[in-house]
Design a protein around this ligand. Structure first.
Ligand code: NAD
Length: 496
């Protein structure tokens, strides 16, 4: 018996199309290494068709009252809630997250749609009567045009929804280029979007890899680009996009530190550290991948983490809802992560738990790497410096908070960092001294929350205005200042 493998369509206007392409990408269930779909790797012609559809839609969508746009967003939010579990299952199928992690991915995305429902309030301008003699001043924020978003594989629902709901609520039209590794979630989000009644062409989905990305960066019909992915590609998109006159926000990779002070509360700290290091199999830009046990606490912290690793259930997430950690995305990712296990040993770090040793019950074709713990990782080593993007936790042993800060601030990245302490003074010193955008105090993953803009520093972000929250609205709008003079009979009679 032959099974037909689904071919993932693109959305141009309101049509789901199967363009003729030379190449397809393969979508796997990462728990089983099993092919589940094929995605067309599009090119400039597909981008051009999407731009034309989006430009046509922009003419009327940009002048649709914000209250009406919000009305569609409310319907979309209701549909996302109705299909919440279905979406979470799609995320688990193509990404390999546990079902709970997939629910978290969808939930964070729905929260951005909720934010977008308040666009009338968010996009309001300011006014000042009599800013000068007989002059009234008003600012207004207007949509900018056709925007595009390029997203990574690790949060198939949340990251696209950082972008298109806010852009569209602001009156723009949008082209989404999801990761070619996880296109199924994006397509389902787009189907529900159409079902909410948004006019055709307001959202378009083009699939592909580099050729589509470069066409989006250079197409004259696109005015703004949002990118989330690795640092190398973030920089490429930022440079190419800005060279072509576009507004660009590009979020990149990370290497996030968790500092455990001797006065930290042990149980809640352990839970947070485990979640941050091994949640989503370490494939999070906010993953805590360096654990600094400060001073005399380090040995106790190492022992507790090692014991917790032994109790962590790694399983086929597509079949076992009690799995606590799933596979990584694909075979190359697995190979890359395993190469860091060899490298760490060569660098002289102590391998406390070895992710190559896996339970025999796991599907042999799945892309599993077990939770790994290194200790005595040295500042300046590759284990300490590189984004591994897998379930590998590297322990370092600074003598005090000042040394921890100095080591952490050597990183060229600047996404997130956390401290675990019961001392307000330590928390304050850390929050002020650390060079990055998102800080956790007794929180392992200072995760993006829709109501706040999500900010990386250093080589974790290229651009000015960050994603979602208020800065998201500023990114997807531009400001006009109107100064008016209206002569007034009343003024004259009052002698003003
Ligand atoms: P990636 O950079 O490989 O891919 C991201 C996007 O870029 C995809 O849509 C992909 O098609 C495209 N792309 C890949 N190679 C390209 C090339 N050579 N030229 C043009 N486009 C290309 O990232 P990934 O592996 O999908 O995701 C993991 C990375 O994303 C990690 O580095 C992680 O830290 C980062 N990330 C960052 C954030 C953040 O907010 N800073 C959030 C999530 C993920």
């Amino acid at each position: 018996m032959t099974t037909t493998i689904q071919e993932v369509p693109m959305l141009i206007g309101k049509q789901w199309v199967h363009p003729t392409v030379a190449e397809f990408g393969s979508i796997f269930n990462p728990s089983r290494g099993q092919l589940i779909a094929r995605v067309p790797l599009g090119g400039p012609a597909d981008v051009d068709a999407a731009v034309q559809a989006a430009q046509k839609a922009f003419a009327s969508w940009s002048v649709t009252p914000p209250t009406k746009r919000a009305g569609y967003m409310f319907k979309y939010r209701a549909l996302l809630e109705e299909h919440f579990e279905e979406l979470a299952k799609i995320v688990t199928l193509e990404n390999g997250k546990t079902l709970d992690e997939s629910r978290g991915d969808v939930r964070r995305g729905v929260e951005v749609v909720e934010l977008a429902c308040g666009i009338g309030e968010l996009a309001k301008g300011e006014s000042l009567p009599r800013v000068a003699d007989q002059i009234d001043g008003v600012t207004m924020r207007e949509p900018i045009g056709v925007c595009a978003g390029i997203t990574p594989y690790n949060f198939p629902a949340m990251v696209p929804m950082w972008m298109f709901p806010i852009a569209i609520a602001c009156g723009n039209t949008f082209i989404l280029k999801p990761s070619e590794k996880v296109p199924l979630t994006a397509n389902r989000l787009a189907e529900l979007f159409l079902a909410a009644g948004f006019p055709e062409g307001v959202l378009n989905v083009v699939h592909g890899g580099r050729a589509v990305v470069d066409a989006l960066c250079t197409h004259p019909g696109i005015v703004a680009l949002s990118f989330v992915g690795s640092t190398k590609i973030a920089e490429h998109v930022y440079v190419l996009g800005t060279q072509h006159g576009k507004r660009v926000q590009a979020a990149g990779g990370a290497k996030n530190v968790m500092v455990v002070m001797p006065d930290a509360e042990p149980d809640s700290t352990l839970r947070a550290v485990m979640g941050a290091a091994f949640g989503c199999a370490g494939q999070r830009c906010m993953a805590g991948s360096i654990l600094m046990g400060v001073g005399e606490t380090a040995s106790a912290v190492q022992k507790r983490v090692a014991e917790a690793i032994d109790a962590l259930k790694v399983a086929d997430t597509s079949a076992d809802p009690s799995a606590q950690m799933g596979p990584v995305i694909d075979a190359p990712a697995k190979q890359r992560i395993l190469s860091y296990l060899d490298l760490g040993q060569k660098e002289g770090a102590q391998l406390v738990r070895d992710g190559r040793k896996l339970p025999g019950s796991l599907p042999s074709e799945g892309y599993f790497v077990g939770p790994t713990l290194f200790d005595n990782v040295q500042p300046g080593s590759k284990l300490a410096a590189d984004e591994i993007f897998g379930p590998v936790l590297s322990m370092m042993r600074p003598q005090n908070l000042q040394e921890a800060l100095a080591w952490a601030n050597r990183s060229p990245y600047g996404n997130g960092a956390s401290i675990f302490t019961t001392s307000g003074r330590h928390a304050r010193e850390f929050s002020l001294g650390i060079q990055c955008g998102m800080i956790g105090v007794n929180v392992g993953v200072p995760a993006p929350m829709a109501l706040f803009s999500f900010s990386g520093w250093g080589r974790s972000f290229f651009g000015d205005l960050h994603v979602q929250g208020h800065e998201g609205v500023m990114f997807y709008t531009r400001q006009k200042v109107v100064l008016s003079r209206w002569d007034s009979e009343y003024r004259r009679t009052q002698g003003w």
